[in-house]
Each structure stands twice: as structure tokens, then as C-alpha cells.
Design a protein around this ligand. Structure first.
Ligand SMILES: [Zn+2]
Length: 258
């Protein structure tokens, strides 16, 4: 399995020759969702974040571990997140609820990993969050047994969040390669015939398939071509950030399948 599509080099600035003068702010202390989104955007578009800001954001995320509303010992949404809800990186909205708290937890743990901060408190919190998610997924598998296909956790949205977290190096004790390979089978069974999948959030799924980058993932991306190819022309400068991201995902998908 390949690493995340956007090289993590984006946030590893120490070894680069040129000094990073970027003063981008990624921490929004009112919202875990917005902070995670800013980290994801920097990584996805390969925009460096200076080490001081990475550390500041990482330490703030770490303080939210296990707080009220945190899923399985991961990182808790803020009151603003609960009030406003949460949008996936690709724009699909998640209302407040268990799926939102789980997916924000997976995404925050993933983002913290990608920040690549060398700090003891951050390392410990990341390990605990990773262990909490691993245990929750194991319990889910044990609870549902044969009633749920392997490679799935909770609903389709939560399953894609788990695959995406795994592809970035998280949840390593769950045998990610096998877990994802198994999960792509029910995804294939969920094809609607028009390039979409039943209940799977389209763009979040396409982004994750691009990151998974296996022959089976490419098969699903080929199936979905009629939908994502409509987003191939570069968006106008007035496009929303989600439209800009979807266009970039479509372009990278076309390149991956070429
Ligand atoms: Zn769910």
C-alpha cells in the first residue's frame, strides 16, 4: 500500500535546505474540525507549515484527548464543532452524532500523525488515541461477527474514515492491508451503476481510494469515472475550497489511472 497521496514532506520541513518562512496559521482554538481541515489542506496541497505552528497545533489537539464527547479515547470536538457540525475534507456534511465524533476522532488522530511533531506529550497522546480507536474497532468486529462484512466499521462513512486513517499509517495493529482489501469488496457490491456507491460519501471515498492506491482501489476509481471526470477542468478562482479540492482529486485520479 502506498503512502498518502500528498507527500508528508509537506509538513517535514527540517531537512529542507531553504528556510521555511511560511507563517500559515493552522490552529483555530475554537474548532478541532477547522484545525484538522487546515492541516489536511496544507498536506494535500503540499504547503509547508512552520515547525512552531505544527507544535502549537499538535499540543492543542493533544489537550482535547479524552475530553467530553471524545470517541474511544481520541480527540473531542469543541462546543463550536457540536453546534456547527463537521464537514469532511471533501465537503460532505456530518451532523452531530456518534459518526461525527468517531470520524472527527479518526481524522484528528491522522492529522496529528501527519504533523510529525517530535514531542513526548504529543507522541504519548497519539499512541493512546491510536490504541483507543484500535480497541473500538476490534470490539466492533467482535460484536457484529459474521453479520458485518470484514473491512467495515460502523457505517460506510466511518469505514472510509478508518481506511483513510490506516493509509496514513494509523491503526497498524489491525492489519491495514487486509482490512482495506476486505473493505473494498462491500464497496464494490454497493455500486449503484451510475459511478456512485450506495451510502458511501462520493468524494471522500474517491479521495481515500486514491490514497489506498492498489489495483482494487483503481478498479473502483475507474468505475466512478463518469462522476469525477466532470470535475476535471480547473475550477474558477471563485470556486469554494471544496470545489477546488474535488477538482484536484479528479485531476490526481486521472493521473493515477493514466
Ligand atoms: Zn458510522
Amino acid at each position: 500500500m502506498a503512502a498518502v497521496t500528498a507527500p508528508t514532506r509537506a509538513v517535514r520541513t527540517k531537512s529542507e535546505a531553504a528556510p521555511v518562512v511560511d507563517d500559515r496559521t493552522i490552529l483555530d482554538a475554537r474548532s478541532l474540525a477547522r484545525t484538522v481541515d487546515a492541516i489536511d489542506e496544507a498536506v494535500f496541497f503540499n504547503r509547508p507549515i512552520c515547525s512552531a505552528e505544527r507544535l502549537r497545533a499538535a499540543r492543542w489537539i493533544v489537550e482535547r484527548r479524552g475530553l467530553d464527547g471524545a470517541y474511544a479515547g481520541m480527540f473531542a470536538p469543541t462546543p463550536t464543532d457540536v453546534r456547527d457540525g463537521f464537514s469532511l475534507f471533501t465537503g460532505e456534511r456530518l451532523p452531530d452524532g456518534a459518526a461525527m465524533r468517531h470520524i472527527l476522532g479518526e481524522e484528528a488522530t491522522r492529522a496529528l500523525r501527519l504533523l510529525d511533531v517530535r514531542d513526548r506529550a504529543v507522541g504519548e497522546a497519539l499512541a493512546l488515541a491510536n490504541a483507543g480507536a484500535t480497541q473500538a474497532i476490534r470490539r466492533g468486529i467482535a460484536h457484529f461477527g459474521d453479520r458485518k462484512p470484514p473491512g467495515r466499521f460502523c457505517c460506510t462513512k466511518c469505514s472510509v474514515a478508518v481506511w483513510r486513517h490506516m493509509t496514513a499509517g494509523g491503526l497498524a495493529d489491525l492489519d491495514p492491508r487486509t482490512f482495506i482489501a476486505n473493505g473494498l469488496k462491500p464497496l464494490k457490491s454497493a455500486r449503484l451503476g451510475d459511478g456512485r456507491w450506495q451510502t458511501f460519501p462520493f468524494w471522500y471515498t474517491v479521495l481515500t481510494l486514491l490514497e489506498i492506491n492498489t489495483p482494487a482501489a483503481h478498479d473502483e476509481l475507474r468505475y466512478a469515472v463518469s462522476v469525477w471526470k466532470r470535475h476535471l477542468p480547473p475550477p474558477a478562482s471563485t470556486a469554494t475550497r471544496h470545489a477546488e479540492r474535488r477538482a484536484a482529486i479528479a485531476t490526481r485520479t486521472a493521473e493515477a489511472l493514466a
